[in-house]
Design a protein around this ligand. Sequence first.
Ligand SMILES: Nc1ncnc2c1ncn2[C@@H]1O[C@H](COP(=O)(O)OP(=O)(O)OP(=O)(O)O)[C@@H](O)[C@H]1O
Ligand SMILES: [Mg+2]
Length: 369
Amino acid sequence: MPHIGLSRVSKQFPGGVRAVEDLDLIIPDGAFMCLLGPSGCGKTTVLRMIAGLEQPSAGEISVGGRVFDSVARGCFVPSEERGIGLVFQSYALWPHLTVRENIEFGLSVRAVPRAERHARVADVLRLLNIEPVADRYPSQISGGQQQRVALARMLVVSPQVLLLDEPLSNLDARLRLEMRAELKRIHQTLGSTIVFVTHDQLEAMTLGTEVAVMNAGRILQVGTPMDIYHRPANRFVAEFVGNPPINIVPVRGAGAGRLGASLHEFARRRLGSAADAAWWIGIRPEAVRLGGGHGEDRWVHPAQIETVLPTGPTWIAGARVLDATLFGVSFEKIAAGPASCSVRAEDLHLFAEDGSRLEAAPRPSEVGV
Ligand SMILES: Nc1ncnc2c1ncn2[C@@H]1O[C@H](COP(=O)(O)OP(=O)(O)OP(=O)(O)O)[C@@H](O)[C@H]1O
Ligand SMILES: [Mg+2]
């Protein structure tokens, strides 16, 4: 299966919009790469360039070692010669063809024999749970069903590279979950390289073997979901990924207060010289322990739990500590009132003035050297 390489790719639209800026990205063979980022950050543009629906203004794109775009060499392979399956945010089904005919269309143009065509269409109809609407026209089915027909139409031709642009956005929660599981299974069985665009961080984290976080036309971090979550490369990534969002406490500069000072002092003691340069400390809500928790490796402080938001399985609590509020999340019931708040040193994320991550290294005295 082919890998996809983007090297120094930029895209400037007529009128001056710079949608993608100097982007480098390698999507390995058989990866399930999720492009994650806020609306307007350039995700769809990246996908459209890989598909050949948009030409880069600079840089090079290759798939499976074959150069599809090279601005410097004046090379551009048209979309239909790229052998790439696509499902876009706005999926246009043929209105005059039934669901079954829409799905079969791609096989007919590839001259697949009739019996095989029918068998493959029947398989994907079943897979995506749209058999009951197979003989209706697109205008006679729901948005979620249309989305599944668009997916079916792509899957039926078994492409080696699948580009999916928010393909699950019209589905309700239950179907979304089922389709995510289905996509993951399809990826494991087909072994195809998948590029999946979403602005939903949970979707990216649950589906991707790798996640590329984008903002303002640039890639801020590429890594496994665990990397992205536990070692965010900068403040933007830390704040974009995770729900409820990470607590960010200013420890230097105008915004820094007493909570920041206390955490900073602890971090400097425990985490070495990286903490000296920190401007912000990030703490994920599940790392904020309210009640219990003590010991050398923890920052501990009295707190007042002011708000409790039950989500069903968890409780989100807003705790006033010194002059600021920290949000914590717990699987055990939390009640408003006084509590002890604690955080382990290893759960503190340190960020420099420019927002980049500072890697903590415990001082030699702390590791017994
Ligand atoms: N054809 C175009 N002409 C001019 N500007 C465009 C064009 N297509 C996209 N843009 C601009 O380029 C930027 C990136 O757009 P893009 O569609 O790639 O974002 P996105 O990350 O997919 O957003 P969303 O999550 O909302 O779909 C935006 O500022 C958008 O307005
Ligand atoms: Mg988009």
